[in-house]
Write a protein of this length. Structure first.
Length: 279
């Protein structure tokens, strides 16, 4: 019997509660709630507690607004799966490209070359297909009426991947859906081994979910570059650093939830033996 794939914690399955928990991974949002708790503590004459909470709230957002700190945090996730060339990838049954968080400003250009789009998931998938690493590209992304997967399909055909090589997974709302729905689509076509394309930041959690859904996964991480040429670019707080930190904290929160769920089910490892949370 095939093991049941990972399911989210029961208390996180309600959409409103799930959205709230995700929002807390954004440093400013968590700081606001801690500030409110600190203010309440002061009103209740718990001055030491209130002052401590106020300081922690400000320090938390300030820390993750510093680009150097943000880059360090992201690096702890991104370095788990180093970027590799297409020639170094094994042959697989399919290439899976995950939607979400993908900028496509290059679509407005007349001519596009996938070799020049180093931070594009679609370009990474196209390069792997052009290198004949797999015959099929599965584009996974839902949105309204499956619009994301269709937009991805329109874009990747501009990178010399024909429509005949594409399969669309149009129902997913999050990474867990990406894994479950893509795995179901893959099983229908006898696909077992996939090259998984997503951002290097997102890869640890995505890889684990796809493995847990029963897929053999080879990671194809896509870097997200941040150019820091001057010391001010590294040490002066910025809004973009807060946002980038929030994305990393969200990934860690997702990994923590999966770890707790596995421990609750007395599962130290994923059902698929290649999926160890420590990798």
């Amino acid at each position: 019997m095939r093991p049941l794939p990972y399911r989210s914690l029961p208390f996180a399955e309600t959409p409103v509660l799930q959205d709230f928990l995700v929002s807390l991974t954004y440093p400013l949002t968590l700081s606001i709630y801690v500030l409110l708790c600190g203010g309440l503590a002061l009103l209740l004459r718990r001055r030491r507690l209130g002052a401590t909470l106020l300081v922690l709230a400000i320090a938390w957002s300030l820390l993750w607004s510093i680009p150097a700190c943000s880059d360090w945090l992201r690096g702890t996730l991104e370095q788990r799966h180093p970027v590799v060339t297409e020639a170094a990838l094994p042959r697989a049954d399919a290439i899976v490209v995950l939607g979400g968080g993908v900028g496509r400003a290059w679509l407005r250009r007349k001519d596009v070359d996938p070799e020049l789009l180093k931070s594009s998931r679609l370009a990474a998938g196209a390069r792997a297909w052009l290198a004949r690493r797999a015959p099929i590209v599965i584009l996974s992304g839902g949105g309204e009426n499956g619009g994301e997967a269709r937009t991805m399909a329109s874009a990747i055909t501009r990178l010399r991947v024909p429509a005949s090589a594409l399969l669309l997974e149009e129902r997913s709302r999050n990474t867990q859906d990406n894994a479950l729905f893509t795995a179901a689509l893959a099983r229908q076509r006898g696909i077992q081994h996939v090259l998984l394309v997503t951002s290097a930041l997102h890869m640890p959690r995505a890889r684990l979910l796809f493995c847990d859904a029963g897929m053999k996964v080879t990671p194809v991480p896509v870097p997200e570059f941040a150019h820091r040429e001057h010391w001010t670019d590294r040490w002066l707080p910025t809004r973009s650093a807060v946002w980038r930190s929030g994305r990393a904290l969200k990934e860690y929160a997702g990994l923590l939830a999966m770890f707790i769920e596995m421990k609750m089910n007395e599962r130290g490892r994923s059902p698929n033996r290649q999926c160890d949370m420590n990798e």
